[in-house]
Design a protein around this ligand. Structure first.
Ligand code: SF4
Length: 290
């Protein structure tokens, strides 16, 4: 049964059916370590062109420095989340044949991964939209989009010929409708807890917002790098695409945020007291006891 974030009796799980959108690295041909490129910066210690294997990749597609990625300067690898696209492309679209086993297919494999990752990301948010809306028309639109995306992933040629721009626009539109519906349930009380700086895309880098109520805030695309969000209540806050790198989330309540992604948590700082939706993992680098 769908619920809104104002339903305090509901379990802390904003979206059902997202199990297949979680990475299963053991079933993937290390596509994030090959298809994607990165430049040497604070998150990556080396330059790596797209479509080439990382020098730290082992022959069995594991990472030779997995246990020491952060101290070795590869923090970006610990943050990345493919939304389960890796195993889908490896095992379903390419039927378990790796880029090592058939190098002629490598380019298509890598391009497919780049597209399917975006499709899985859309499915991640649409699954949450389904769970959060009470509007049957919106629910119908969401489910139509989910079916469109799922059927597009049936074969490689369809994946590679997709009009991603159009699909992104349609998904964005319906996600915003659900966001307004959910956030309205927090803002309808006449509460003026949100100031003028709390807007989509806001520059809130390093801002001290400790212990504030940010319920129902529209923080879509906001820059929250290094922001102090300790002990904040972010119930019903739209965090779609918000940059949470090094944001302080110790003691914060994110159990009913809207459009949260695991990669955002992985990039932030939190602790054992940070409240998360039940289908999220506490990042391993967060202190266990604090
Ligand atoms: S450092 Fe390891 S996890 Fe990161 S891209 Fe290279 S092989 Fe992959």
């Amino acid at each position: 049964m769908p619920f809104t974030s104002s339903d305090s009796a509901a379990p802390f799980s904003p979206a059902l059916g997202r199990e297949s959108l979680r990475p299963d690295c053991a079933s993937c041909f290390a596509l994030c370590c090959t298809a994607l490129g990165f430049s040497r910066n604070a998150d990556f210690a080396i330059d790596k062109p797209a479509g080439t294997p990382c020098k730290n990749l082992a022959s069995d597609f594991s990472c030779t420095i997995h246990e020491s990625l952060r101290p070795r300067g590869f923090r970006g690898c610990t943050v990345f989340d493919c939304f389960g696209a890796g195993q889908n492309v490896s095992q379903n679209l390419f039927q378990g044949i790796s880029w090592r086993a058939d190098s002629a297919k490598a380019t298509n494999l890598f391009q497919s991964f780049n597209v399917v990752r975006q499709l899985h990301e859309m499915l991640w948010y649409l699954a949450e939209a389904t769970s959060r809306t009470f509007d049957p028309d919106v629910s119908y639109q969401v489910n139509e989009l989910r079916m469109t995306i799922e059927s597009a992933m049936a074969e490689t040629q369809r994946v590679l010929s997709l009009n991603l721009g159009d699909l992104h626009a349609r998904v964005r539109s319906v996600l915003m409708d659900v966001s307004e519906e959910v956030r309205a349930s927090y803002l309808a009380t006449g509460d003026d807890h949100l100031d003028a700086a709390i807007v989509p895309g806001a520059d809130l880098m390093g801002k001290n917002m400790r212990s504030r109520s940010l319920c129902g805030a529209d923080l879509r695309g906001a820059y929250l790098i290094g922001a102090d969000l300790r002990d904040c209540d972010l119930s019903g806050a739209d965090l779609l695409g918000a940059d949470l790198r090094d944001a302080r989330l110790e003691g914060a309540d994110l159990s009913r945020t809207l459009y949260l992604a695991q990669a955002q948590l992985n990039a932030a700082q939190g602790d054992a007291h940070t409240r998360l939706p039940s289908d999220f993992s506490r990042p391993p680098h967060w202190p266990k006891n604090s």
